[in-house]
Design a protein around this ligand. Structure first.
Ligand SMILES: C[S@@+](CC[C@H](N)C(=O)[O-])C[C@H]1O[C@@H](n2cnc3c(N)ncnc32)[C@H](O)[C@@H]1O
Length: 322
């Protein structure tokens, strides 16, 4: 079931429905605020790039919460404050110049982008926003007229004010300090509570143009969704490579970047098959090492560090099996 308030957007979805033969997709012209009038409830709700355009995003978020099933999940994408500072500067400029949503205004926007210096704050956003090649993308980004952007703390506040529990970021790497080997600033950040780490790191990794996070009802037991490396429950998680991640030799790649793995990381990564829990992987690694002679065994802390590293960098997802 998909909803949108705009006829043009729905027409596009009708075209996509045909193109990909999505026979069971229902489309409704409906504001998100009225989603309960559909009369259904849902296991998974995805709202990407919508709530930040509403007159009152909390009304939209609360409406979604109302139709979420008890163990369901909501995935939300909102604009991120710091990655869009340059966009907000230019939106202000175009507002002052009274630009509208018409061809002449789009031409003015293109001309403005062409005269920006190479270190203008909007440059980092231009690099990560492929829709800006198109007029519609330029209008949506610079001439929309109504949008706002969110910090980490504001995403969490919106979630909690709607009566939901914040679960996690879909892509985690911008929010963690990745302090392996660091004893200075990053190690200091790692010592802070997790939410504070996220809030600090979004100002260090300022290029993030949007936040994508998940939320659920607060009654849902935390151990069914929180990935926790502090105790030894992580040994029961089942790691699996995320979309478009692959291991070739000692090089682990995502579609956008890659890292060379050290001996422990490589030994763990080689045993990840989406079926074995961490404990079994550690056993396998150590059985091989015992057979191979005097090699240091993989400790529980070594495994914790290795899997945490791979998870925080979005190479693996951790499955929690009932
Ligand atoms: C940036 S587009 C995102 C579209 C789609 N979710 C995606 O990820 O490609 C924002 C969409 O939100 C829709 N929208 C804006 N206000 C809405 C509302 N109150 N209820 C439902 N849809 C709304 C717009 O019509 C537009 O199609």
């Amino acid at each position: 079931v998909a909803i949108d308030v705009s006829r043009t957007s729905l027409d596009h979805h009708r075209w996509l429905k045909e193109e990909y033969d999505l026979a069971n997709l229902e489309l409704h012209r409906l504001p998100i605020e009225d989603v309960s009038t559909l009369g259904g409830d849902f296991d998974l709700i995805v709202s990407s790039g919508v709530l930040h355009h509403l007159a009152d995003p909390l009304v939209g978020m609360s409406a979604l919460a109302e139709v979420l099933r008890p163990n369901g999940v909501i995935g939300i994408m909102l604009y991120a404050k710091y990655g869009r500072l340059g966009v907000e500067m230019l939106q202000g400029v175009f507002r002052e110049m009274d630009l509208k949503q018409d061809q002449e205004s789009v031409d003015r926007v293109r001309e403005a982008l062409a005269v920006l210096s190479m270190d203008h704050p909007v440059r980092s956003y231009l690099e990560i926003a492929p829709d800006l090649q198109f007029d519609a993308g330029l209008v949506d980004t610079f001439l929309h007229g109504r949008d706002r952007s969110y910090t980490v703390d504001e995403c969490i506040a919106l979630t909690e004010e709607a009566g939901l529990a914040f679960q996690d970021w879909l892509l985690k790497s911008p929010y963690y300090p990745h302090a392996t080997g660091d004893t200075g600033f990053l190690a200091g950040v790692t010592a802070l509570p997790e939410r504070q780490q996220w809030s600090i790191m979004e100002r260090i990794n300022f290029r993030n143009g949007c936040h994508f996070f998940t939320a659920c009802h607060p009654q849902r037991p935390k151990d069914t969704y929180v990935i926790d490396f502090s105790g030894d429950s992580f040994t029961r998680y089942v790691p699996e490579f995320r979309h478009e991640c692959s291991l070739e030799g000692a090089r682990l790649s995502r579609y956008d970047w890659s890292v060379d793995l050290n001996v422990d990381l490589l030994a763990c990564a080689q045993q990840i098959d989406g079926e074995r829990p961490v404990a079994e992987i550690v056993d396998m690694v150590n059985r091989r090492r015992k057979g191979a002679g005097p090699v240091a065994l993989l400790s529980l802390d070594g495994a914790r560090q290795a899997f945490r590293f791979l998870w925080e960098l979005d190479f693996i997802a951790m499955g929690i099996r009932a």
